[in-house]
Write a new protein. Structure first.
Length: 177
């Protein structure tokens, strides 16, 4: 989380507060949980492709051998995208990028909307309407959700706000009442 030196004459961004540093660590933990889910889900799909291939793709019935490359590719791409988002959010929030704080909040809200379904249905969505029975996905999704929710809560704490203000912006004056 080293801050680049500002050009001469511009004020430096304050150092990251403890809540921001903790939130960044939680985001890295979310990436690790997502990687564990990707590995476990990939193993399940490869071992039990018959369960993964129940369904249709674009209105066509496909056999398990026809579905295998599609399911495995979709699963890996969606998992890598999730891991990439966690890593990007951790890095950008560690640098004090306010759009990353907002994006983290939006993604945490979307995950919150998915939470009831993830807790009711112990399946992983391999993409394109294909579901894979996988009871570990509930635990991993809940762990990732907790990491994301805690990180967002920390990012919006008052102690974090100064870190997200652009350098050179003075705090608003307090009015005397």
């Amino acid at each position: 989380m080293d801050q680049p030196r500002p050009p001469a004459g511009q004020p430096a961004r304050p150092p990251a507060s403890t809540p921001v540093r903790t939130a960044v660590k939680l985001m890295y933990a979310g990436a690790a949980v997502s990687a564990a889910g990707l590995i476990a889900g990939s193993a399940l799909i490869i071992v039990d492709i018959q369960a993964a291939a129940r369904g249709r793709f674009l209105g066509h019935s496909l056999t398990a051998p026809q579905m295998r490359p599609l399911i495995v590719t979709a699963w890996i791409l969606s998992g890598l995208t999730g891991i990439g988002l966690w890593l990007w959010m951790a890095r950008a929030n560690g640098q004090g990028r306010n759009p990353a704080r907002i994006a983290s909040t939006v993604l945490a809200c979307l995950a919150t909307l998915q939470l009831p379904g993830a807790l009711r249905q112990p399946v992983s969505h391999a993409g394109y309407g294909v579901t894979v029975p996988y009871y570990g996905s509930t635990v991993l999704f809940a762990a990732a959700w907790l990491a994301g929710a805690a990180a967002v809560w920390l990012l919006w704490r008052p102690a974090s706000s100064a870190f997200y203000k652009p350098p050179g912006v003075a705090p608003a004056p307090q009015s005397a009442r």
